[in-house]
Write a protein that binds this ligand. Sequence first.
Ligand code: PGA
Ligand code: ZN
Length: 422
Amino acid sequence: MVYIDNIFAQEVLDSRGNPTVKATVVLSDGTMSSAIVPSGASTGKREALELRDNDERFNGKGVLKACEHVDVDIADELVGLNPYNQAEIDAILKELDGTDNYSKLGANAVLGVSMAVARAAATSLHLPLYRYLGGSNGVILPTPMLNIINGGAHADNDVDLQEYMIMPTGFDDFKEALRASSEIYHTLKKLLANDGHPTALGDEGGFAPNFKNNSEPIEYILKAIEKAGYKPGEEIVIALDAASSEFYNDGKYELKGDKKILSSEELAEFYEDLVNKFPIVSIEDGMAEDDWEGWKILTQKLGSKIQLVGDDLFVTNKKILAEGIEKNIANAILIKPNQIGTVTETMQTVRLAQRNSYNCVMSHRSGESEDAFIADFAVALNTAQIKTGAPARGERTAKYNRLLEIERDLLYPEYIGKELFR
Ligand code: PGA
Ligand code: ZN
């Protein structure tokens, strides 16, 4: 019987140049697999805890303590166990930590091991990760949300909304959808450059110049879609991540780019205007994580028209999601494994959402790595949507390129963009 022979961790760098945890699992059959944990910038308050050293190294961001927890506490507990029972491994990790947000071991330590165990198990069984995690039922290539203009906490510009994304819904396969997206990205770059805007990139690979207001980026994107030869609203639609917790203060939302300070009701009207004007199908974190009243207003106003995604709001936590479902808040959830801490808990949250007809969007973090775990995970769980940045920068294209590979390998891949927002 194959068992876990060794577990260790190393401090490596993420895409912003900050340290993060790389965990490695060695099995008794010689399999050795690793996983790298991502890291957010506009994090939700109720996320699982990312353990940092807070000492003089790396401006306090070192993760040596988390690595030590992997090498000592976690290895002591998991070595000798069966790697093929992910639920058991994750339950042991949860019990070993003993807190409800992994504040003892660090969610970065725990998730690294949880992902590396899954990958080692898959490799040992000679299965691709998506097949190991999803079985024969994992066949949907997710429709991507590609963040091509970055604002908020991911850029140094004066754009308040954090992400302006295109979704290539009107295609029959992932490959063509990605091609169109890349063409639009490059067309957008030319349009911006022609108007004298800098084309430097934000954290997620999108362009990050200054704009007149928060809707001008959408106008640019629509121009780029048309100029690239595609039909906005039919082939390509728009998704936004407002990440509004970042501009919520004392019960008000301050949109500096529009020189406005708005109540929740007024912000909902602001979005409604945008939705009436532009082909927007999805808005993430339209209201702040603490503003459940605002979320209620927003859901009543727009919940039957567009997708309303809870990210900071739900933090991939099944208990908070259950509360949201109960109160009719939002209609979709962003899925970030490091917000909750283990592979198993991530899957539990996805199942709860799917049982309740809440759409799921698998997601990267703004601080990423070459690890493409979430590409396989999205296919395994049939989330049907993935958010993983612009079609540029290696840590983003790692995910898109992995999805291209999965699509090539599946005999009957399904790309269901046309069905998503009917
Ligand atoms: P983060 O941003 O990874 O910086 O939290 C991503 C998001 O808000 O969706
Ligand atoms: Zn978000």
